[in-house]
Design a binder for this molecule. Structure first.
Ligand code: PMP
Length: 274
C-alpha cells in the first residue's frame, strides 16, 4: 500500500508523521473523504474547494491543489481497487506542544483504503449532544471529530449505523458523517447550512438534482417523518428504515427511492459535477 506524504509516494508501513504534528497533538487539521471508483475520484473539484474552505477557516495556508490532485492520481494508480475511500488529511504540521501552531509548514497525507458499497437501508438514532452551529469550527471539516466518534459508538451500541445531532437551539442538524433529509407531508426537506451542518457534497447534489427544500426543522420532525434518508460520499443516498427504534418501512420509501435513482443517474453521467 502506497500513500502520499508531503510531496511524494511512500510505503504506508514505513511512512512517518512527527509525534509533534499539530494534527495529532491538538486536532489542528482538516480532511476530505472522497469516493474512488476504479481509480477515479468522484466530485474531486468540489472536494478540493471544500478542503481549501476548511483550511482557511482554521487559518492554515491554502493547500497546493496541483500537488493534491497529483497525489490523488498517484495514490489511486499505485493501489488499484474497485471502490476506495480516498482520504486527504492536511494539518498544522510540526508544532510546539500547545495550541500555538509552529512554522514548519503543513502536513499533507493522502491515503486510500478499500471499502464496500453501503446497504440501501440502515438504522439511525438521535443522541443527546448538540452540534455547535456558531463556534469557530462550525461547518468546517476539521479533524476534531471526537464528538462524532463518541456519538457513532453510541449508535453502534444501539444497533444503528448513524447518530443524528440537534444543534444548540434544538433544530435537526446532521449525522456524525452524513447529512439528513426528511419527507414531511410528501415534501423533501433538509436542514439549512445555518443549522451548523457540514456543507455536504452529496447533500448539495441531492438538493440540486432531487429538488429538496432547505428548512429549519425541529428534532421531533424525525418522529413525524414519513421517510428519512442520509447522504454522504460513501453512502450516496441511504434510506433510514428504523429511527430511534421506530420502524418506518422495510425498504426505501417512494421519495427516497426516487432520490437514489436521480443521484445514480446524474453521478454516472458526470463524475465531477459542479
Ligand atoms: N456531515 C459530516 C459531519 C460529515 O463528516 C460528512 C462526511 N463528509 C457529511 C456530513 C457528508 O458530506 P459529504 O456528502 O460531502 O460526504
Amino acid at each position: 500500500m502506497k500513500i502520499w506524504l508531503n510531496g511524494g509516494l511512500q510505503d504506508a508501513e514505513s511512512a512517518r508523521v512527527s509525534v509533534f504534528d499539530h494534527g495529532l497533538t491538538v486536532g489542528d487539521g482538516v480532511f476530505e473523504t472522497i469516493k474512488a471508483e476504479h481509480g477515479r475520484a468522484f466530485a474531486l473539484t468540489r472536494h478540493l474547494e471544500r478542503l481549501t474552505t476548511s483550511a482557511r477557516g482554521l487559518g492554515l495556508p491554502d493547500p497546493d491543489l496541483d500537488e493534491v490532485r497529483r497525489g490523488c492520481e498517484a495514490v489511486m494508480a499505485a493501489n488499484p481497487m474497485a471502490l476506495g475511500r480516498l482520504r486527504l488529511t492536511y494539518t498544522g504540521g510540526v508544532s510546539p506542544l500547545g495550541s500555538d501552531r509552529g512554522d514548519a509548514g503543513p502536513t499533507l497525507v493522502i491515503a486510500l483504503s478499500e471499502t464496500r458499497r453501503r446497504p440501501d437501508t440502515t438504522a439511525a438514532v438521535t443522541v443527546p449532544w448538540t452540534r455547535n452551529e456558531r463556534g469557530a469550527l462550525a461547518g468546517l471539516k476539521t479533524t476534531s471529530y471526537g464528538e462524532n466518534v463518541v456519538a457513532l459508538a453510541r449508535a453502534r451500541e444501539r444497533g444503528a449505523s448513524e447518530a443524528l445531532f440537534a444543534n444548540t437551539v434544538g433544530a435537526l442538524c446532521e449525522g456524525t458523517g452524513s447529512n439528513v433529509f426528511v419527507v414531511l407531508d410528501g415534501e423533501l426537506h433538509t436542514p439549512p447550512l445555518h443549522s451548523g451542518c457540514l456543507a455536504g457534497i452529496t447533500r448539495a447534489l441531492t438538493v440540486a438534482w432531487a429538488g429538496a427544500k432547505e428548512t429549519d426543522l425541529p428534532l421531533d420532525a424525525l418522529e413525524r417523518a414519513e421517510e428519512i434518508f442520509l447522504t454522504s460520499t460513501l453512502r450516496d443516498v441511504q434510506a433510514v428504515n428504523v429511527i430511534d427504534g421506530r420502524q418506518l418501512a422495510d425498504g426505501p420509501g417512494p421519495v427516497t427511492a426516487e432520490a437514489m435513482r436521480i443521484f445514480d443517474e446524474h453521478s454516472a453521467a458526470d463524475f465531477d459535477p459542479r
